[in-house]
Design a protein around this ligand. Structure first.
Ligand code: GLC
Length: 611
């Protein structure tokens, strides 16, 4: 007699047919599909009652992450607090920052000196010993949940470290494990791939294949030579990686950042990016999550142009990722800092605002990676900006190679043949805080702090989840110590991956210090954002013509509220005329507005709430 169906059974029934269909389409293997389902059942059994309760409440309110009350911060565990236990002890500070979403940068086991900042995982079920243990992770996620904080981690699914057990066995010539990667006994096929596949790290790790002397084979390595691409044509790889995913989800992870996801399917004769099979795999992972851990969100790391990013949301009936990075907006923001011309950013805002409101973007100014100049060069061409020359200008400005430029970044993967280069640096250093502080120029320092705050205000004006890069809230500058470290000096991303400066954090209590201005300034902006429905993702958003290319104007409307946000990307005071009958309050200063005329200081921001 059929008993009452379990929650697991009900969820599986809902997705079974589609999941099976997609699995068969890709793998045509019934046994492996059956194994997948029985393992899903096992991970469901292992999931704690607490997490199951959270799953159920999130299922009842599926839009729980789509409001205006989540503020994220991303951080390296060792830089921030030494280890996982340290992070747990430092949760009070994060609460003071109003942060309720923390992205813990890669912490799984990785070989020292060949780690790519932790993105070369040698064991998906072990924490790096110096950071703690799986128990510490569980205890941290529990502590976070008690405070209403979500925890995000990276799921590095495109590759493993060459020290991962599979790679070690593959290198020894065990066929079963070689088939989990891409092995070639000579260069004939790799050479064909090289004709169509671009390079991710053209200078630090050129090419997409690595010769393994002792194995007598080439192996595909899209990223660093020690990061071996996994072969998702092999269902064993897919199944085992899903089990790793579920194992980690069961440790209390709320958001899984699926790293480098566009790269996971390879096909000869293509660029091996964003192939249709990638979407099949992401869709399957989404359904597997909805069956076993529906409280978990998928954050796709798709650092591509907008047309490539948006498909990763899937469709309303067949969703893929819950959230994606707003990468083009981020890069366009820094272009605007360097040019003082908001036209590209306005266009980008228009593109994003026209997308369905269900799409949730993760907004950010800086992250652990470089800034790649993926801008709309077709649009910039009309102003006489060519791709190569413009990238050079941006890099010159933001590295301070132009005499009057205030940026203090460093180049990343500069490719002398193509003239291409990306950029590194902290928000504060790129905004001129480092230069002004070094030169003891108070006026320039005040201006740099204003710019930094204005950029944060702009980030907080966008719909979605804003994520602060740890240290930015106190204006942390570049860390040059990596130049001295043999394991790191070749990778300038370490410039903005410095230790958290607790000594500077202390200074946020000193009235008038840079730290105090930024910490309280950002805090105030966040207070306003989370308290007003006009910042909700449901709001209608559009840009306005401010009659001045240096000033970006954005209007948000929701629940009877109307907010006009203005951002002055020039060093000069500007006056913007809104409609003559506009009146209201400028929320940041608290000043009343009448007559529709708004004055904004150089690098200033205004949030006008109309009455
Ligand atoms: C992602 C990470 C980056 C890493 C790469 C390879 O792009 O953000 O830091 O180098 O994946 O895993």
């Amino acid at each position: 007699m059929a008993g009452k169906k379990s929650t697991f059974q009900k969820r599986l029934e809902k997705h079974h047919d589609e999941l099976r269909w997609l699995y068969m389409e890709l793998y045509g293997n019934d046994d492996m599909f059956a194994e997948l389902c029985s393992q899903m059942y096992e991970y469901d059994k292992q999931r704690s009652q607490q997490l199951k309760k959270m799953d159920e409440s999130r299922e009842k309110e599926p839009d729980w992450y789509k409001k205006n009350d989540i503020l994220g911060m991303m951080m390296y565990i060792d830089n921030y607090a030494g280890n996982l236990k340290g992070v747990k002890e430092k949760l009070d500070y994060l609460e003071e920052c109003q942060v309720n979403y923390i992205h813990l940068m890669p912490f799984l086991d990785t070989p020292k000196g060949r780690s790519d900042g932790g993105y070369a995982v040698s064991d998906f079920r072990k924490v790096q010993p110096q950071l703690g243990t799986m128990e510490d992770l569980e205890s941290l996620t529990q502590a976070c949940h008690e405070r209403g904080m979500n925890v995000c981690m990276d799921f590095v699914m495109n590759h493993t470290s060459e020290d991962h057990e599979w790679a070690v066995r593959a290198r020894r010539g065990e066929g079963e494990y070689m088939s989990r990667y891409f092995f070639f006994h000579d260069y004939s096929i790799p050479s064909q791939y090289e004709k169509t596949v671009p390079q991710v790290f053209p200078t630090t790790a050129p090419g997409n294949f690595t010769w393994l002397q002792e194995a007598g084979h080439f192996v595909m390595t899209t990223f660093y030579p020690y990061q071996w691409d996994l072969n998702y044509r092999n269902p064993r790889v897919f199944n085992e990686m899903v089990y790793n995913f579920l194992f980690l989800a069961n440790k209390g992870i709320d958001v899984m950042r699926i790293d480098a996801v566009p790269y996971i399917w390879k096909e000869l004769g293509t660029n091996c990016r964003n192939l249709p099979q990638v979407h099949t795999i992401v869709r399957m992972i989404r359904m597997i999550c909805e069956v076993v851990c529906p409280g978990v969100l998928l954050l796709g790391e798709v650092v591509m142009e907008p047309e490539k990013v948006v498909p990763y949301f899937g469709t309303v009936e067949k969703p893929e990722c819950h959230m994606l990075y707003n990468v083009t907006t981020m890069a366009s923001t820094w272009h605007t800092v360097a040019t003082g011309d908001t036209r590209l950013l306005k266009l980008q805002m228009d593109i994003v605002s026209r997308l369905p409101k269900e799409y949730v973007f993760l907004n950010y100014l800086r992250c652990h990676d470089d800034i790649g100049w993926g801008l709309d060069y077709g649009f910039l061409k009309q102003f006489g900006m060519g791709e190569v020359s413009h990238k050079k200008y941006l890099n010159d400005f933001l590295t301070g190679a132009i005499p009057e430029a205030f940026g203090r970044g460093e180049l990343y993967n500069s490719d002398p043949t193509s003239g291409d280069a990306r950029l590194c640096g902290t928000t504060a250093s790129l905004c001129g805080i480092e230069k002004a502080a070094y030169e003891r120029n108070d006026e320039a320092l005040a201006q740099a702090v204003r710019l930094d705050l204005m950029l944060h205000a702009y980030m907080l004006t966008q719909s979605g989840i804003p994520v602060i890069y740890s240290g930015d809230e106190i204006g942390q500058e570049n860390d040059y110590t990596y130049h001295e470290e043999p394991d790191r000096w070749g990778d300038s991303r370490y410039l903005h991956r410095g230790k958290f400066r607790w000594d500077l954090e202390e200074k946020r209590k000193e009235k008038g210090s840079v730290q105090e201005k930024l910490f309280t300034g950002i805090g105030k902006l966040e207070d306003i954002r989370k308290s007003l429905p006009v910042f909700h993702t449901d709001a209608d958003v559009h840009t306005i013509d401010t009659q001045d290319h240096a000033v970006l104007g954005i209007v948000r409307e929701n629940a009877g509220q109307k907010l006009t946000a203005l951002f002055n990307f020039s060093a000069y005071e500007k006056t913007v005329r809104l409609e003559a009958d506009s009146s209201g309050t400028e929320l940041i200063s608290g000043e009343k507005l009448e007559g529709g005329e708004v004055r904004i200081e150089g690098y200033g921001a205004c949030w006008l709430l109309e009455e």
